[in-house]
Ligand binder design. Sequence first.
Ligand code: TUI
Length: 315
Amino acid sequence: MIRTPVTDLFGLTFPIFQGGMAWVADAGLASAVSNGGGLGIISAMNLNAEYLREQIRLCREATDKAFGVNIMLMSPYAEECSRVVAEEKVPVVTTGAGLPGKFIPMWLENGVKVVPVVPSVAIARRVAREGACAVIAEGCEAGGHIGELTTMTLVPQIVDAVSIPVLAAGGIADGRGMAAAFMLGAQGVQCGTRFLAAQECAIPDCFKDKVIAARDIDTIVTGRRLGHPVRALRNSFTQEFARREADAGISNEELEKYGTGALWRAVKQGDMVTGCIMAGQAAALVKETMPAAEIMRTMCQETEMLLNGAATWVS
Ligand code: TUI
């Protein structure tokens, strides 16, 4: 058993959050993770208030455990979804791709625990001051929208900078990564890519197959020119996006337009050619699909073995 301030604070069996993956993380996946002992998270990225309320209801029907909602702050629905999180008194909200400050008082007034994803020490300090009860330090090994720093360097710096619990994210897909995160001072982890291959994850099988087949060098970061770098599996879409990104004759507006709808095509239509297959570098560590509960159980079992074993090196 692994008991940390994160398991205690959120009432979990395992100190594992499931990443709030846009278009992917629905009530089905979130409830499977929460029922399995971790914190399942619904992504509000693609949902307006009405759809988010429906997903929250479905999640509550499927689990009596705590769960969360992720607000992607660049989403056009961020404002309305933030209100729904407060009205529905969702146990936990995580945020990404921006600064959540203006929503935090409303969430706290409604008993919602606030856990922002942060890419830097300054932003971690800021959200801690504003009332976050924990932060997720996400390194650039992660899939989707990323910051500049690696998990290895970011996590210990944030651990030193704030006095609230830190969860590590980015590149963690097995017990080795989780044990390493603890050694960096994290008290929990968030995994996205590993849960893409959960049996309860409703993405098409061809998407899961791509994740499982991915090798170490199969991800690429595009979109730096637009100010929001995104990591995804290399395919025709990312190749063409990178070509246009390097072409000074193509405006940012045109480039932005080319990217619009690409994640949706991959997730909802199984389009592995012109879709954007967002996944992190940890895809190369994902070998098979299995139930979400099994993912967390095996990860923690491996972590326990490693942490216990590591002590034998020290005399
Ligand atoms: O948000 C994520 N990952 C995401 S969001 C997403 S949806 C999307 N779709 C198409 C294009 C772009 C995004 C896919 N993946 N992770 C959490 C995260 N947050 N990573 C980085 C940040 C972040 C960045 C800047 C958090 C705060 C921040 O504040 C700085 C500022 O000035 O806003």
